[in-house]
Design a protein around this ligand. Structure first.
Ligand code: HAM
Length: 419
């Protein structure tokens, strides 16, 4: 029978890759703790209605990519395509705002989108994200953008540029929408079938259509920055002033709209090198979503956040980060009662914090040392019956073959001194 494969577009993370994943996750946790963010873990399955309401039912994510189904109990569920909607749901469900007027929350976990698989684009992928709930000031935008940049830089990627735009507020949208409809209505014959439909349902989405003819038409389209009210324009200018003050390079990209409907005011992205990532070069996407909490039934609460694609980041940093696990010690037993001695000793060494392997069966010392060499261990401890009478063991350097007798009481210190 042919062995089963994992679902197309999903992937196993194998043991030799996991150390780098841990590294990326630990760095993220440590950095976010410095900004006083706390982790939140939400379920991967949510009511479908959550994403229809939060992300927008005329977005690609909800229309085409969401894993949505009705379960055996008749409930309409979806695998989460992103984390923001779930964090907002949890924030409201548990009234987190009551105890944390400014809630700083982060998450790391798998998201699901049924996109066409490609390098850096998967159907299950991990996001590390942060949501800052309850702060309206441009300084909050600058801090959150800085946090994303600091994280990426801490992994050894120095060449980070931020792309910025502002989408204004709820009043800006209809004005801009009308301008877009007027503009694209003159050009329907050059739009793809999806965009012709979007002209009716969600004209902003035409601006991030990937079809080349639509992209070409979008170049001359009205620019949202021209429709901002004075407060939003001042907010955007202040974000830019602070990023300049921090020395963070950025470009204002007036055509950027992002693929989710909940954004207001500042939106941003960070691109990695297209050489390494191909067309899927966006590693961070984020922005303000000041109206979402009210739309979800809460009190109007200004909010900003971002999410980072971990697989894409991993492709970029895998050659920059050298990780070596702590040295491995192999404990071999020799002579009468050798296995018992080896197993007891391995427990003592692990209790002292060492990384230790022990064979599970008696065997000749030669055979055990052969296994030790294959295991990747640098040192072997031989618990022989003769040395045992002197409460000692033999310590062998597997590479050189050099060995010395060491009293058991001094073994941990001797091993540590050699590592
Ligand atoms: P997003 O732009 O849809 O934003 O996704 C954020 C990041 O997730 C992308 O920049 C990319 O690195 C990664 N990503 C998205 N789709 C895939 C995929 N199919 N395969 C691999 N990586 C992928 C959001 O999800 C928002 N929730 C971000 C946010 C948080 N905005 C405010 N708060």
């Amino acid at each position: 029978m042919k062995p089963l494969q994992c679902v197309k577009g999903m992937h196993d993370i194998l043991p030799d890759e996991v150390a780098l994943w841990h590294h990326l996750e630990e760095k993220f946790r440590a950095l976010l703790a410095q900004y006083d963010y706390a982790e939140i873990r939400t379920p991967m399955l949510e009511p479908q209605a959550l994403f229809l309401r939060a992300i927008g039912d005329a977005t690609d994510i909800v229309e085409k990519e969401m894993y949505a189904f009705v379960d055996k109990g008749g409930d309409a569920l979806a695998l989460r395509p992103e984390g923001t909607a779930s964090v907002v749901r949890a924030y409201l469900q548990h009234t987190l705002g009551a105890t944390m007027p400014i809630s700083r929350l982060y998450y790391i976990g798998p998201m699901f989108r049924r996109e066409r698989p490609a390098k850096g684009r998967y159907r299950q992928f991990f996001q590390a994200g942060a949501e800052l709930i309850g702060a309206a000031e441009p300084a909050a935008d600058a801090e959150i953008i800085d946090m994303a940049v600091q994280y990426i830089r801490s992994l050894g990627l120095s060449n980070v540029r931020v792309q910025l735009n502002s989408l204004g507020d709820a009043q800006t949208r209809p004005l801009f929408r009308d301008a877009l409809v007027a503009y694209f209505s003159q050009r329907t014959e050059r739009l793809c079938a999806d965009c012709r439909r979007r002209l009716e349902t969600n004209p902003l989405r035409i601006l991030d259509c990937k079809v080349p003819t639509c992209q070409a038409e979008a170049q001359g389209a009205p620019v949202i920055l021209d429709y901002l009210n004075p407060d939003d324009a001042a907010h955007f200018a202040e974000v830019q002033r602070l990023l300049t003050l921090f020395g963070i390079p950025f470009d204002v990209v007036p055509t950027m709209v992002r693929g989710l409907d909940y954004y207001t005011q500042t939106i941003f992205e960070i691109q990695g090198s297209p050489d390494a990532l191909g067309a899927q070069a966006t590693i961070v996407g984020g922005g303000r979503y000041n109206d979402l909490i009210a739309q979800m039934g809460g009190r109007a609460t200004p909010t900003i956040g971002f999410a980072l694609g971990m697989e894409r980041l991993l492709i970029l940093v895998k050659d920059l980060v050298a990780l070596s696990p702590p040295p491995l010690v192999f404990v071999a037993g020799a002579g009468e009662g050798g296995l018992d001695r080896a197993m007891l000793l391995s427990r003592t060494l692990r209790a002292a914090g060492l990384r230790v392997l022990v064979p599970f069966k008696e065997g000749s010392l030669r055979a055990q040392l052969k296994r030790a060499n294959k295991s990747g261990a640098t040192l072997a401890v031989i618990a022989g019956s003769e040395e045992a009478q002197r409460d000692a063991v033999t310590l062998r350097h597997l590479e050189t073959g050099e060995q010395t007798e060491v009293p058991v009481a001094e073994l941990v210190a001797t091993i540590e001194a050699q590592q």
